[in-house]
Design a protein around this ligand. Structure first.
Ligand code: NPW
Ligand code: ADP
Ligand code: K
Length: 484
């Protein structure tokens, strides 16, 4: 966002006018959201975030609230737009240390925003602790002070925990990546009239995962089509007594709209599947998996869910890549390639289909190692570039990243989606969309969004078995969003 701010004047927007609207948006949210908060404490920092705080203070005082600004440092040290905003504030200003939290009803946190460059210390850190301990509602300007808007992680120990965050122009990764999402509270995006040229100029490549980004790339069923033209998915089954995961993947692939789905595995495993399934086809596959993939025009394959990190699984994976299928790699594939990301990349490079990797954090670390300095977005992008695959790094804030750097971050997964087998459903959904012809980035992002919506449609008490049956409702929601 700093680059957007810097480009604003050239695109015809004065910083001062933007600050007026930013502070005005904060004041409006406080006025509407907390009509009974009479005494308001504004914590103002030394930069433009503090400037927004001075504007909000003036607007709230004009609206009849009692407002006190507690300023970090001297008023004389303020510069530029922030100095102008401070000069227009004629109400009470006191020092930040010992700010009177106990005498107030609400706190506006305008200490630091996009310009936070290092951990908060000293008087500002004490004020952050006191604000968090006060029990008062906290409205943060742009980002909770202490949070790194680019990574979603606090820069140090001190970080505001907000009730509401009012941000401007675009959401930043820190508003959706955890733990930032929790620290922000509710997030309101305010339009402050930033010229589109200034925003477009920076060429953003990370987006909130929404149907508008990928809906057009999901093929609709055609009236001239038949089941095989709608994509055939093959799922590699685990052995006897380890069949549930592959079954969940297969059901999700079929529900996503793939025309046909076949589960392939050993005879004893297929007997278990047969006790549960009707529309999914079953096929013994000890020796002719590779042949089946080419002869039966299989377009996408899932390998990994409860497959076992065995030679058999490795062989099935290699043959799927060599057959030119799109491949979703999950679960035990990451054990097979533990500590061997370059071998995984070499295998992927041998195929002509698209590949999606669907690790959770533990599986990701197993293959790609641990990097505590990089954000989740950066780590997923680096893994995608290294492996040559689209990477879905799962969690409450699932990131989908491509080798060319495009990325989505999801915010629609309810916490109760973290349940055994949910990941297997996601792998099947992704394969189903790939089989129907969606490009990998769009298929993966759509799978993640639909997965979250399906879970929400079921509600609390969800188990993974419920998810495939809720995919039609998720698809309906997708169409509603696309229409609106
Ligand atoms: N321009 C625009 O178009 C718009 C911008 N807008 C607003 O501007 C905000 C960005 O403003 P900004 O760039 O001035 O940065 P900001 O977050 O106020 O902090 C910088 C100051 O803090 C200081 N500082 C940093 N870290 C510190 C630490 N740990 N401990 C102590 N000090 C520390 C740093 O000092 P320095 O690092 O230089 O020593 C500098 O003095 C943005 O979030 C939004 O609210 C809106 O009005 C919309 C239009
Ligand atoms: N806190 C959370 N909130 C929402 N979704 C979550 C959370 N934690 C995990 N998930 C999601 O739950 C699913 C779990 O998948 P995974 O860990 O592979 O489980 P399994 O292997 O049992 O299927 C993933 O889609 C992940 O994104
Ligand atoms: K802030």
């Amino acid at each position: 966002m700093t680059r957007v701010d810097a480009a604003a004047p050239a695109a015809g927007a004065s910083g001062s006018a933007l600050m007026e609207r930013a502070g005005g948006a904060v004041a409006a949210e406080v006025a509407n959201g907390w009509p009974d908060a009479r005494r308001i404490l504004v914590l103002a920092g030394p930069g433009n975030n503090g400037g927004d705080g001075f504007v909000a203070a003036r607007k709230l005082a004009e609206a009849g609230r009692e407002v006190l600004v507690a300023l970090l440092g001297d008023r004389e040290s303020l510069k530029g737009d922030a100095a102008v905003a401070a000069a227009r504030w004629t109400g009470e200003t006191g020092p930040l240390p010992n700010a009177p939290f106990e005498a107030c009803d609400l706190v506006i946190d305008a200490l630091f925003g996009a310009g936070l460059g290092r951990p908060i210390e000293g008087a500002a850190a004490d004020a952050v602790s006191a604000a968090n301990a006060s029990g008062l509602p906290i409205v943060s300007v742009d980002v909770p002070s202490g949070l790194d808007g680019a990574t979603g992680r606090p820069l140090g120990d001190a970080c505001v925990r907000a009730s509401l965050t009012v941000t401007f122009v675009r959401l930043k990764p820190g508003h959706v990546l955890t733990p930032g999402r929790s620290l922000c509270g509710r997030v309101v995006l305010a339009d402050i009239g930033m010229p589109e040229d200034a925003v477009a100029g920076i060429g953003a490549r990370a987006f909130l995962n929404r149907p508008a980004l990928w809906r057009d790339q999901l093929p609709a069923p055609s009236i001239e089509g038949h089941k095989y033209s709608r994509g055939h998915v093959a799922v590699w089954s685990g052995p006897e007594l380890s069949t549930g995961a592959a079954r969940l993947s297969a059901l999700a692939a079929l529900r996503s709209g793939a025309g046909a789905v076949t589960l392939l595995g050993q005879r004893a495993a297929l007997k278990e599947h047969a006790a549960h399934l009707t529309a999914v086809m079953l096929r013994e596959a000890e020796n002719d998996w590779a042949e089946f993939l080419t002869q039966r025009r299989v377009s996408a394959v899932v390998v990994g869910p409860a497959a076992g990190p065995t030679e058999r699984t490795a062989k099935a994976l290699t043959e799927a890549i060599e057959a030119g299928c799109h491949v979703v790699m999950d679960a035990d594939v990451f054990s097979l390639f533990a500590g061997r990301p370059d071998d995984l990349a070499a295998l992927i490079a041998r195929g002509s289909g698209q590949v999606a990797l669907t690790p959770h954090e533990g599986e990701f670390a197993r293959v790609f190692g641990v990097d505590k300095t990089a954000s989740k977005l950066e780590r997923a992008r680096a893994a995608a570039a290294r492996s040559g695959a689209t990477v879905l790094l799962k969690g409450a804030d699932t990131v989908v990243a491509t080798p060319d750097g495009r990325a989505t971050v999801a915010d629609n997964a309810p916490p109760y989606l973290a349940t055994a087998g949910a990941g297997d459903v996601l792998a099947g959904l992704c394969a189903g969309l790939l089989a129907q012809g969606a490009p990998a980035f769009e298929a993966a992002s759509a799978a993640v969004w639909l997965h979250g919506e399906a879970a929400t449609a079921v509600g609390r008490g969800l188990i993974a078995d419920d998810l495939p049956g809720a995919i039609p409702e998720a698809l309906r929601r997708m169409e509603e969003r696309a229409a609106g």
